[in-house]
Design a protein. Structure first.
Ligand SMILES: N[C@@H](CCC(=O)N[C@@H](CS)C(=O)NCC(=O)O)C(=O)O
Length: 212
């Protein structure tokens, strides 16, 4: 059976978990925390989670690459649309959310979630980067009703794991959620996503881990 390594508070881990659940692929979850569990150092080249152990023992890392592998291996529940340009659009949106929303916002997490301190310089830098990211997101996101069009895709899974954390972190640090301008579209959209069993289960597991 496939083994997914990581922990349920990680948005990248949760992205792969939702992909597996949406596709109904059996898998086992293995708790692995970077900097704590030796297995991360031993098995993950960049010492990051998530990583996936295949049935033959091979390890795949990077959530985007893991998704592409699963999409090709289990095409029966596709998470990419058929037309080539539409497929590229999904990847485009997911990449924009990864690189220009989540990654800059991540620099705020130490203060927003873990009781640390982020310098004013970093906060200003991140705010500038996020402004561009939000503009890109605004131009690409469709909400019709899914983020890349009329079918549920990998971009929606990415939105489900990244957008809430970007909102919470920026609201805490700047006193204003950078995604506030789209709140009227994002709120019902996330509500719709959160009703999907795969996303509901992943969120419930995340909340249980948070409570611990
Ligand atoms: N690009 C990676 C990002 C994964 C990532 O940032 N994982 C975090 C947890 S959310 C991690 O392992 N951090 C530990 C570290 O950087 O040392 C992916 O898509 O899988």
């Amino acid at each position: 059976m496939l083994k997914l390594y990581g922990f349920p508070l990680s948005n990248y881990y949760n992205r792969v978990k939702i992909v597996l659940l949406e596709k109904n692929v059996p898998f086992e979850e293995v708790l692995a925390v970077p900097g704590k569990d030796e297995v991360v150092k031993t098995l993950s080249p960049a010492r990051k989670i998530p990583f996936l152990e295949l049935e033959n023992g091979e390890i795949l890392c990077e959530s985007g690459a893991i998704f592409e592998y699963l999409e090709e291996c289990y095409p029966i529940t596709p998470l990419l649309p058929e037309p080539l340009v539409a497929r590229a659009r999904v990847r485009e949106l997911a990449t924009v959310m990864d690189l220009y929303l989540e990654l800059p916002a991540r620099r705020l997490y130490a203060e927003a979630f873990f009781g640390g301190k982020v310098s004013d310089e970093t906060k200003q830098e991140v705010e500038r980067e996020l402004r561009r990211g939000v503009q890109a997101f605004e131009r690409l996101a469709r909400f019709s009703p899914y983020i890349a069009g009329n079918t549920f895709t990998y971009a929606d899974i990415t939105a489900a794991v990244h957008l809430p954390v970007v909102s919470i972190a920026t609201a805490k640090i700047y006193g204003k959620d950078v995604l506030e301008p789209f709140a009227d579209r994002i709120k019902p959209y996330l509500k719709m996503l959160n009703e999907r069993p795969a996303i509901a289960r992943t969120n419930a597991d995340r909340k249980a881990a948070q409570a611990k």
